[in-house]
Write a protein that binds this ligand. Structure first.
Ligand code: IPE
Ligand code: IPE
Ligand code: MG
Length: 240
C-alpha cells in the first residue's frame, strides 16, 4: 500500500486535564482518570483506522510519583484493569502493546500484567501502542548515557565506536530504540509545555496544543489534530 505522507507515522499524546475535567463536574479526580481511559480507547481505534503506525501515550511521569499516595495507587489500579480489559481488543485489532519507562518503580503485579500483555501482543503488526509509565525524558537520556558508559568501561574495544558515534547510534540506547521519533505531539488541556516528556525524540516533532481536556478528546478531536498536521510544512532546517 502506498503511504500517505500526510498521515503521521507516529502520533504521541500528553494526556492532560483529567483532574480539571472531574472538578468541573464536582467529582473526584479519579473519575477524570477513569473517563480518560475511554479517550484512550477512542483514540487508539481511530489511529488504527487512519493508518497511524505508532501511537504513544504519556500516562504517568516520573514527577507524578509526587502526587498524593491515594491518587498514585488508584492510577496504578486503573492501569492494571485497563490492560486486562483491553487485551482482547489489542489482539483483534492487531495492536502491539509496549510499556516504556522506569519500570523498577512499578509494583510487581502491574509489571507482570505488563509483561503478559506485551508478550501476547508481540506478533501484532497493525499498529504499536506505546504507553509511557514512570517515564521522563531526562531519565531516558541518563539511562542511555549510563548504559553506554558502562559498556565502554567493560570493553575498551568500544572506545573508537564511542568516538565515532552518530545521533542514530545514540538513539539506539534510548528506551525508544527502534521506534521512529514522533511526527506529531499532541497536548490536551491548554498547557503549553513538554513536562519532561520525549526530550531527545521531539527534536523535529510538530506540536499541537488544544484546550480540550483529555476525557473529552475523542475521535473527532484526534481527526482535527491529524488535519492540522496535514497542513504543516516540515522543513527540517532546509529552504523550500
Ligand atoms: C493527566 O491529568 C493524567 C496524569 C498526569 C496522570 P491530570 O491528573 O494531570 O489532570 P489535571 O492537569 O490536574 O487537570
Ligand atoms: C504530564 O502531565 C504528565 C502526563 C500527562 C502523564 P502533568 O499534569 O503531570 O504535567 P504538569 O505537572 O502540569 O506539567
Ligand atoms: Mg495535569
Amino acid at each position: 500500500m502506498e503511504r500517505n505522507y500526510k498521515i503521521p507515522v507516529h502520533v504521541s499524546i500528553i494526556m492532560d486535564g483529567n483532574g480539571r475535567w472531574a472538578k468541573e463536574r464536582g467529582r473526584e479526580r479519579f473519575c477524570g482518570h477513569a473517563e480518560g481511559v475511554e479517550s484512550v480507547r477512542a483514540c487508539t481505534e481511530e489511529a488504527v483506522r487512519k493508518g497511524v503506525r505508532y501511537l504513544s501515550l504519556f500516562a504517568f511521569s516520573e514527577e507524578n510519583w509526587n502526587r498524593p499516595r491515594d491518587e498514585v495507587s488508584s492510577l496504578m489500579e486503573l492501569m492494571v484493569k485497563a490492560m486486562v480489559n483491553e487485551l482482547p481488543t489489542f489482539l483483534s485489532n492487531g495492536i502491539r502493546f509496549v510499556v516504556l519507562g522506569n519500570r523498577e518503580r512499578l509494583d510487581g503485579r502491574l509489571n507482570s500484567e505488563i509483561d503478559e500483555c506485551m508478550r501476547r501482543t508481540a506478533a501484532c503488526v497493525n499498529m504499536t501502542l506505546v504507553v509511557f509509565l514512570s517515564y521522563s525524558g531526562r531519565w531516558d537520556i541518563l539511562q542511555a548515557a549510563k548504559r553506554l558508559a558502562l559498556e565502554a568501561a567493560a570493553d575498551p574495544s568500544m572506545v573508537p565506536k564511542v568516538k565515532d558515534m552518530t545521533i542514530e547510534d545514540f538513539s539506539g540506547y534510548m528506551s525508544t530504540a527502534g521506534i521512529p521519533d514522533p511526527d506529531l505531539i499532541i497536548r490536551t488541556s491548554g498547557e503549553l509545555r513538554i513536562s519532561n516528556y520525549l526530550l531527545w525524540q521531539c527534536a523535529y516533532s510538530e506540536m499541537y496544543f488544544t484546550d480540550t481536556l483529555w476525557p473529552d478528546f475523542r475521535e473527532g478531536e484526534f481527526d482535527a489534530a491529524l488535519a492540522e498536521y496535514a497542513k504543516r510544512d516540515r522543513r527540517y532546517g532546509k529552504v523550500k
